[in-house]
Design a protein around this ligand. Structure first.
Ligand code: NDP
Length: 228
């Protein structure tokens, strides 16, 4: 299977890449700074020609177009993993500039990459587009407030997922929003209950099982549905 994973240099994206390579997939790993992505590029040694590390800033049109132009052949699975979350994001302390950046990366970034890769996704049979969302993007779950920029960006990502599912269903493409759980990464922090290896394994297993009937859904890394 041919995968594209964005934000693959650390955290969940790095682990998704590692596990996908271990099971024999080919991965096109998009990272902002390839020269700095030492843990990722170290995997080239063990996976040979199946790992391609390429520059990709999902917030920049030119970068996304260059990334897409370098790809040939079908892409079976696109994982929009790249994400950003600022620490100060509550009513009194949030910066609207930071909120705009989160929207730019978390919502528009996923849409930008998906749109640029459509020709590659259409070349595969029943390609899947999985966007890493969060329970914090659920409208119905928000009774605790706060987290304005991040919550709004993931809610916008969820809405993009619904439109992608509707627009692409007729062509057999599947689009879902999927939450990795609360995971021990730079973003999730050290007290998160889920190890990155468990989250990534769960995500890949759920994505493997998806059918067209699941398109437009919001799932967690165990395959349970999340309310919008
Ligand atoms: P990390 O903060 O550990 O890693 C984020 C990754 O996204 C990094 O590789 C980072 O690259 C990349 N990234 C950020 N901005 C851009 C950009 N403009 N272009 C390309 N790549 C970019 O986060 P996690 O691994 O924890 O999270 C992965 C995804 O899962 C995110 O979408 C996040 O919102 C989501 N998620 C995570 C949860 C958790 O508990 N960890 C919970 C719910 C959702 P760089 O190193 O260059 O900054």
């Amino acid at each position: 299977m041919n995968l594209v994973i964005t934000g693959a240099n650390r955290g969940i994206g790095l682990e998704l890449t590692r596990q996908s390579l271990t099971r024999g997939d080919t991965v096109h790993a998009g990272v902002r700074e390839p020269a700095q992505a030492r843990e990722l590029t170290a995997l080239v040694g063990t996976s040979g020609a199946r790992l391609h590390v390429r520059a990709l800033d999902v917030a920049r049109d030119e970068s996304v177009h260059a990334f897409a132009a370098a790809l040939t052949g079908p892409v079976d699975l696109l994982i929009n993993n790249a994400g950003r979350r600022t620490r100060t994001d509550d009513l009194e302390d949030l910066s609207l500039e930071d909120a705009l950046q989160m929207l730019q990366v978390n919502a528009l970034g996923a849409l930008r990459v998906t749109r640029a890769l459509l020709p590659r996704l259409r070349e595969a049979r029943g390609a899947k587009i999985a966007s890493l969302s969060s329970g914090l993007g659920s409208l119905s779950d928000n009774t605790s407030g706060g987290g304005y920029g991040y919550r709004m960006s993931k809610a916008a990502l969820n809405m993009a997922t619904r439109s992608l599912a509707a627009d692409l269903r007729g062509e057999g493409l599947i689009a879902v929003a999927i939450s990795p759980g609360w995971v021990q990464t730079d973003m999730g922090g050290a007290s998160a209950p889920t190890q990155v290896s468990e989250s990534a394994a769960g995500l890949l297993a759920v994505l493997d099982r998806l059918t067209l009937g699941d398109s437009g859904g919001f799932f967690d890394f165990r395959g349970q549905r999340i309310d919008w």
